[in-house]
Design a binder for this molecule. Structure first.
Ligand SMILES: [Zn+2]
Ligand SMILES: [Zn+2]
Length: 264
């Protein structure tokens, strides 16, 4: 016997497939250069302009320009495996264990992220989600990345959520969850402090500013990944990871669309 919920699920899957089929065929334009494309996606040229980081710290994703002729590998760089670690993470390891980003926070990613974050262009979230999920799938295939048991989006404070109407990190996390078949933990973490804009703060001030910002409401699986749009100092993810580890997590990875380098 087939119950109502099975029928409902089959119907949902059918409609989703229909919607996908139709949306893939609707002529649209690349959100960066406005070239005609089919479906919601970037044109090939814009897609290719967003390159993954070649050499970066595996913990915080800070780019390491080892190929430069003026650069020799400093002693503090840990190079016993394929994984490089920057001096900062070696001295003061953050509470998260690794970071994977789609690319650096530079054009054209900057304008895509701003369109999603500040201009209510929600159609950008699957584009950013696809860039990140591609990067994760590649790392899984080529670098033996082990996928987490669950995802959690960096939460916004309820005042900020009310102002914006949506959490851009959660939209990206929802896309990743579907693509990678990893459950997204909803309402597992809340932001209890409405932290100030951190743009003018130095690293220590950022860390201090974030302390006590999150509260975890559920038990957390052993291996989890935090999803965010942009990572700068990592202080937000550090504080969130610290709280997740207090609630049962042993490994916390960070997945973000873009990384703003600290040493520009
Ligand atoms: Zn384009
Ligand atoms: Zn690092």
């Amino acid at each position: 016997m087939v119950d109502d919920s099975t029928n409902n699920n089959q119907l949902k899957v059918f409609f989703r497939k229909c919607l996908h089929f139709v949306s893939e065929r609707i002529p649209s334009e690349c959100p960066i250069c406005e070239m005609p494309v089919s479906g919601r996606r970037l044109c090939c040229q814009c897609q290719q302009s967003i390159q993954p980081l070649k050499q970066h710290c595996f913990i915080c994703a800070e780019p390491l320009f080892l190929g430069s002729p003026n650069y020799s590998i400093p002693k503090q760089l840990h190079t016993t495996t394929h994984q490089l670690c920057c001096g900062r993470c070696l001295k003061h390891p953050p509470a998260f264990d690794s970071t994977l980003v789609a690319s650096l926070y530079q054009e054209p990613l900057v304008q895509l992220i701003k369109k999603l974050k500040f201009h209510e262009n929600l159609g950008i979230s699957p584009i950013l989600g696809a860039l990140l999920s591609q990067r994760i799938s590649n790392a899984q295939q080529f670098d033996q990345l082990s996928l987490p048991q669950a995802l959690v989006a960096v939460p916004l404070h309820k005042n900020r959520l009310h102002q914006r109407g949506y959490n851009q990190a959660e939209l990206i996390a929802r896309y990743l969850s579907k693509q990678l078949q990893i459950p997204l933990l909803k309402n597992a973490v809340i932001r209890v402090l409405n932290t100030h804009d951190q743009a003018t703060f130095n690293l220590q001030q950022r860390m201090k500013n974030m302390k006590g910002a999150f509260k975890v409401l559920k038990d957390i699986p052993k291996h989890i990944a935090i999803v965010d749009d942009v990572i700068t100092s990592g202080s937000t993810c550090h504080e969130l990871s610290r709280m997740l580890k207090k609630s049962g997590a042993e490994i916390v990875d960070v997945y973000a669309v873009a990384k703003t380098p600290l040493n520009k």
